[in-house]
Design a binder for this molecule. Sequence first.
Ligand code: IVH
Length: 597
Amino acid sequence: MLSLGNAFDEAELDAWRDRAVRLAGEDVDKSGYAVELKIDGAAVSLTYDDGVFTIGATRGNGSIGEVVTENLRTVRDVPLRLIGNHPAGRIEIRGEVYMPFDAFEKMNEARVQAGEPVFANPRNSAAGSLRQLDPAVTARRPLRFFGYSVAAADPATFDFRTQWDLLEQLAAWGIPVAPHRARYKKMEDVHKWAHNIEHNVRGQLNFAIDGAVVKIDSLRLQDDLGVVGGRDPRWAIARKFAPDIAETKLLAIKVNVGRTGALNPYAELEPVEIGGVIVKLATLHNEDLIRAKDLRVGDIVQVKRAGEVIPQIIASVPEKSEPRGEPWRMPPNCPSCGTPVERDDEEVAIYCPNVACPGRRLEALVHFASRGAMDIRGLSYARIDQLIAAGLVNDAADIYSLTGEQLLSLEGYAGKGTEALLSAIETSKAQPLSRLLGALGIRHVGSIAAQLLARHFGTIDEIARASSAEIGSVRGVGPIIAEGVVRFFSDASAMQLVEKLRAAGVNLSEPHQVAAGGALAGKTVVITGTLPTLTRPKATEAVESAGGRVTSSVSKATSFVVAGAEAGSKLEKARSLGVEVIDEAELLSRIATGERD
Ligand code: IVH
């Protein structure tokens, strides 16, 4: 699949036309031009055999892409069968998969609710959605498609003369074609069309474009002109638009606190219109970025929206910004609770370390109740805010002591809604430990790490007790996650929260996953000392793959202890409790023979 050369203004477009005329040896204006929007999505190729969709692929690097047929089948704009008078044999249709702005924003909102990371822009999200391993995931993404060309078709059925006819034909086969297409004989009219698209149409579209494409309409001329260096066709060019940039004043740099305590600086701007939208805020990412761009309060700054949903500050305009204020610094104390902030060595992010910080509390509670975490339906952002303001909820455990009477005393609660909320709260108590771990908002612990930890350790007490090395040796869990976990549980207020949750009856363990037919199914094993051949992670893996669970401390519930050289206090404890002690050889033979006791 080819790429396109660029023309950034009318003169460059004229130069492209002049060159084409020279090379073709005839007046290109006679053929005329087909003009189209340049959709900013992910290029794909759709193969139809006898009118039936058979192969779908991404563009990749142009020569080699990925086959994503099953994913493309879930895109509702991609017809599984061409309609009307479709060609016999094989035909390949090319086009762009994209995500409309409104659907993109709705999807991101839902992701925030579910505690999942948001996508940066519709293009990345379209491309990422196509490359999912599970078509069911792709199916839930609001993807759309526009076709713009036909390749590899049987010449007997491929008898269009012009790009314009080709687009009409695509539409007749049931392939969506982008709006605002046109054809003109004169380059002058192409310029007018492009001007209108840039200044009037672009801001109104519900999908991202990164310019327009001007194509020589005659397919015979296209053939004659061919391709430069195997990549850019001489018969088409991208007419790029000026980026959506505006200048405005940086009024203030403010900081808010996220649920994990990360401090996020953002810019307050003098309201300015960019591409038909009034922009008042822009993200600033982190302190290093602000310093790298040397942004200072009072500066005149360039702000960009172009496709990105969240406005960004590109740079300050120094000649317009005199006299300048002081370089900006992250406040030394959390803007919400006043606790001195901390910076991780390997990270640029700065954190409020106070687990009880009120600014973090709201965000943290919203995350706790969200769909991907404890899934307490009906406990919305607004309601949590209200419960905090009423003094009814300070931490996650307080949610579990809410009464119907308390809720009914608040504005906006009626009998049915209150009952439903209380029952959702009650139901959430039984969520597995993995959900709770993810819900607690431990730094670096996302849903995957939470599952790995919950499965490995089984109970929250085991996790709280484990050392950084023990946690870091769990497969799939690295030292950064381990550090986050150890730090979380070494905080006294975190442990108080765990105790409150326990007292409220919240489940603190992971349902035991019994490896079907595993020789150690249901066994809780402690490994201690240096084993003759197996490293600790290997021994753990061996036990787990046989359905057993490895824990770090010996209790009456321990099925047996595997002891190696220099086993210390755990061996003694096992003996004093009368827990069986075996060596590595015995462990391996139990796993191998499937012996149960
Ligand atoms: S024509 C001739 N038409 O732009 C080869 N491309 O920069 C180019 N694109 O990878 C195909 N809208 O994904 C063409 N109406 C349109 C387009 C379009 C978007 C993309 C396409 C290509 C990229 C080249």
